[in-house]
Design a protein around this ligand. Sequence first.
Ligand SMILES: Nc1nc2c(c(=O)[nH]1)N[C@H]1C(S)=C(S)[C@@H](COP(=O)(O)OP(=O)(O)OC[C@H]3O[C@@H](n4cnc5c(=O)[nH]c(N)nc54)[C@H](O)[C@@H]3O)O[C@H]1N2
Ligand SMILES: Nc1nc2c(c(=O)[nH]1)N[C@H]1C(S)=C(S)[C@@H](COP(=O)(O)OP(=O)(O)OC[C@H]3O[C@@H](n4cnc5c(=O)[nH]c(N)nc54)[C@H](O)[C@@H]3O)O[C@H]1N2
Ligand code: SF4
Ligand SMILES: [Mo]
Length: 759
Amino acid sequence: MDAETQQNIQPLPPFHETNDEAPEIGGGPSIIQYWAKHTLSPEGPKLWQTLLHNSACLSCAWGTGGQKGGFTNEDGEKLQRCMKSVEAISSELKPAIAPHFFETHSLSELQQLTSMEADRLGRWSFPVILRAGKSHYERLSWDEVYAIAETAFRKSPERVASYSSGRSSNEAAYLLQLMIRAMGSNNLADCSDLCHAPSTVGLKQVFGTSTSMVSLESLKKADCVVLAGSNAAYNHPRLMNELIRLRDRGAKIVVINPMMETGLVKFGSPAFPDRLLQGAEISSLYLQPIPGSDVALFTGIQKALLEQGLVKEDYLKAHTDGWEAVVEQARSTTWNTITEICGVSQPEIAAAATIIGTSERVVFGWAMGITQHENGVDNVVSITNTALMTGNAGKEGAGTMPVRGHSNVQGFGSMGVTVKLKKEIQEALEKLLERPLSKVQGYHTRDLIEAADAGKVDTLICLGGNLYGANPDLTEAKRAIGNIETVIYVATKPNVGHFNGLAKQNTIVIPVLNRFENPHKTTVESGNNFVRLNDEGKTHLKDADLISEVEFLTTIAHRILGNEPVDWRKLQDTKYVRQLIAQTIPGYEKIGAIDDTNEEFTIDGRLFTEPKFATPSGRASMFVTPLPTLTLPKPQDFGVPASTPGITLALMTGRSYSQHNTVVYKIGDHYRGIPHRNCILMNRLDAESVGLDAHQRVTVQGDAGKLENVEVIYGAVRPGAAVMFYPEVNVIFKARIETRSGTPAYKRVPVFVYANTAT
Ligand SMILES: Nc1nc2c(c(=O)[nH]1)N[C@H]1C(S)=C(S)[C@@H](COP(=O)(O)OP(=O)(O)OC[C@H]3O[C@@H](n4cnc5c(=O)[nH]c(N)nc54)[C@H](O)[C@@H]3O)O[C@H]1N2
Ligand SMILES: Nc1nc2c(c(=O)[nH]1)N[C@H]1C(S)=C(S)[C@@H](COP(=O)(O)OP(=O)(O)OC[C@H]3O[C@@H](n4cnc5c(=O)[nH]c(N)nc54)[C@H](O)[C@@H]3O)O[C@H]1N2
Ligand code: SF4
Ligand SMILES: [Mo]
């Protein structure tokens, strides 16, 4: 590649000009400072011990650690642990909540806690219950726990449900679904319903399998990566090291994101000390589309590929079905339509097409900016269409790569925690249970909220997570959970859901051991389809009355189901759970030997290095993706007088730098120059157009509520768009849902922003 094409095509915005507080690179020395502060603190020795423990990182699904030690990835490379990992561990190493805490702290007091304050209460360390009409949580004996659980789970099966978050093990996930299905219910809602479900649906249609087809080893061979709707600099930091290495080798990185994330422009990684201070370049080209318009942008890229003669027609003919209509759509859609919908100019789109079309091996990665939209599945399919038109699926160094969320969220799907169970797993489970599974369609997360709201759910078990805080419209979420008779939260740490998502009769919290504390081995699956084995461990909590998730689930199952169809108590030895997984989960056969071999493995049938896919024909299916019609409501639609000076924006809700989903570790977001949680990041031009200054306080009104006294922060987001943080922002908007996956449109929330009347 010559020097000119090596250069960035797009100039960098001076971040400090739009916002004095924001640094000019992501990562950088503050990562080292964080490491030093925590590892040298009193918790340091335990932190190191945990980092070195043979178990997978708790935090994201990029996946690090396991049998080769905490600092090794699946390719055997060392120094693979980011500070997000330390954040997550440090939170788990907090002391226990004191035994008499709840006697002196009432529920109404606990309901005032912010996410960060709730997390800082410490570790759950004994079972508690909040009974209807009571003002305080009380300690509960295990006998009472099981007695209440037994009554609750004996309700009619379609009125029993679970919700889960992706941090528990494969073994716990497998047992959860086996127990719920053995009881006769399919109500297995999971956080992935709020997350990558559109990727699962889209990829399944196109390739017949629903996870990434790119291994870490394969990614390293790419000469172009397209990263759409992902803020990997915050949420998957080790991916940044791969991108830096790829850039060093002359590869191009095309970033697609309405917000110019500092760390996706330049990132200072401790793995590259020579560039820790000034940062290594990440994006070669940064496109900033209108939120929700990615289908139009990718159609534009396809059109430009056609115009530049870069579409691989031979590949399409040999390896895909339905390509003609997709090509025709790209050809016949006018540039005017495309650029108007996506707000990116034709030359910029053409530049992206040139990079993609002239690269030999392109990996397309994406995250929540693509999936959390009313047309999330279309977004995913428009990416796969682009990959296929350029022959970038089914070869080394290329393919589609959803960048997954929680560290074992993908494992939950593989284990059958889903309302869209694969036929092969269904058949295998029916064989195991010696009877057909219920035919009643189960509730995914949004259906669960609606069913509960309509009084159709009696019992809910939550294996981790924060069902209340993760959903849109917290008023609805609270009301819905409040209609459920019994809610059992199985958790390591307290969160706002435990104090606000309260059942009608009994709300119980079960304290559990985390991944590095279990008395047995467990496994997890990364987004790259790699299965890691976690060794046994110990908890730092003294005199705590904790249980393992596996023991808790099998005890309940045994009380309800006896020894049918499996000896549930025997499954407290997770080795036997792995035997069942090997028998019933396709691609997971190798887990049957892992106790003897300690050999971690890549799941069979997931990676494609030949263009032969898991569809019945072996060819990939291409589908036309309708272009979205993107409109925003008028001020009066928000119930605000038409004369109110203000601006309607498309709000992207998501994560700050120091938070893990609904759990907030630190209130500010250093890299976006945001000092606290109650801020809205917007473009200076938008603010000035309605007379709003930086740091002015405004009201942000959505269709379900408003937040007041919100501080305006200028940032490098495109005009018309804005950024705020969840879970706090979830009070202001209702769920608009992607109908094929059930995923809420968290990333294009219409809001009206106007000056506080008081100022
Ligand atoms: N440290 C840390 N790590 C995490 C998590 C965490 O909270 N903290 N959460 C985990 C989980 S469960 C998940 S799902 C992932 C989330 O990882 P991400 O998906 O990276 O997280 P988000 O904050 O939702 O950011 C999405 C990005 O999409 C962009 N975006 C918004 N709308 C659009 C759009 O319409 N088009 C495009 N192209 N881009 C858009 C936003 O500007 C933002 O940069 O991270 C996982 N890892
Ligand atoms: N507005 C808006 N809302 C969103 C999103 C967004 O981008 N914007 N993102 C959505 C996405 S992608 C997701 S994945 C969801 C996240 O939704 P959830 O997964 O439901 O929420 P988390 O905040 O990750 O759950 C954290 C809690 O899990 C528990 N926990 C942690 N470790 C363990 C463990 O080992 N075992 C058990 N049993 N419990 C444990 C702790 O109690 C902790 O407080 O939020 C969704 N909501
Ligand atoms: S990139 Fe993800 S898996 Fe790897 S160390 Fe960081 S948080 Fe853990
Ligand atoms: Mo997620």
